[in-house]
Design a protein around this ligand. Structure first.
Ligand code: DHB
Ligand code: FE
Length: 282
């Protein structure tokens, strides 16, 4: 049977995607050193764990979905996903390989579980998806894993609540556990932690709240699911609402969860960066 062996989260700031190909020359750069220093344990865990599939909870920022058509939840069921982000020029990283059979198994299972996802047989992915993949699989070795993008709206209100995203994660966890192929699966949650990119509170960061989230998500995620989306925006900033993607990831971990590694660094660009590696034992 397929099983979820762990969950990883990281911020997905586009500037990181731009820095990743130059990581070797930036490791001693005062701005980037504390950021990149946090990643080797996460990469090492993945190298040893050798997952077959990564299910990635991410948010589209206006590339594949725009304000005219904004699904609350959408899932990829394509053979391949291409990076076509805005800004910095169209990147040339390799495409991501899909697993349509597992995608459709998940879709069947979660629709039966009363989550009505938008199913995408074609889907472009942006920095919300690609930056974490390039960060966790150095040299873009993510070509070794198949991917399933799960998109959650964090752009146009009303956004789904933390509790609803956690339950979607749980439903996807049940779907994976009922898949007959012997696959090792990791789940990723991308974005966060606190940040606000525009408006009166542009540059807003809430370290106290972020550290509380990083702590509670390990063994008391239910406490975080009691937040309303408006409380989350107030505490974490308009774009800090991306934390719902971390909660979806955490919902999918239904076994015994152990923290392997975490990091918090303020700031890259306008964002408090967070990193978490959780192991999920049966
Ligand atoms: C930044 C952060 C984001 O989450 C994003 O999607 C785009 C930009 C930033 O801090 O620059
Ligand atoms: Fe973002």
């Amino acid at each position: 049977m397929a099983r979820i062996i762990g969950g990883l989260t990281t911020s997905h700031i586009p500037a990181i995607g731009n820095a990743v190909p130059r990581e070797k020359e930036l490791v001693n750069d005062p701005y980037w050193k504390p950021f990149f220093a946090a990643y080797p344990p996460a990469r090492e865990w993945l190298r040893k764990a050798k997952p077959d599939v990564a299910i990635v909870f991410y948010n589209d920022h206006g590339l594949n979905f725009f304000l005219d058509k904004m699904p609350t939840f959408a899932i990829g069921a394509a053979f391949q996903y291409r990076h076509a982000d805005e800004g910095w020029g169209i990147p040339t990283i390799p495409p991501f390989q899909g697993d349509p059979e597992l995608s459709w198994h998940i879709i069947d299972s979660v629709v039966r579980d009363e989550f009505d996802l938008t199913t995408c047989q074609e889907m472009l992915v942006d920095h919300g998806f690609t930056v974490p993949m390039s960060l966790f699989w150095p040299g873009n070795t993510y070509t070794e894993v198949k991917v399933i993008p799960v998109q959650i709206n964090t752009v146009q209100h009303p956004l789904p609540s933390p509790a609803r995203c956690f339950k979607l994660g749980q439903a996807i966890g049940r779907a994976v556990a009922s898949y007959p192929k012997d696959l090792k699966v990791v789940v990723l949650g991308t974005g966060g932690l606190s940040h606000q990119l525009d408006g009166e509170r542009a540059g807003f960061i809430n370290k106290k709240f972020d550290l509380m989230c990083l702590d509670k998500i390990v063994n008391e995620p239910e406490a975080l699911t009691r937040l309303s989306i408006h409380e989350l925006v107030k505490e974490a900033g308009a774009q800090g609402a991306e934390f719902i993607l971390w909660l979806a990831m955490r919902g999918a971990l239904t076994g015994k969860v152990t923290k392997i590694h975490s990091s918090y660094h303020v700031a890259v660009s306008n964002t408090a960066t967070g990193l978490l590696v959780l192991e999920n034992a049966a």
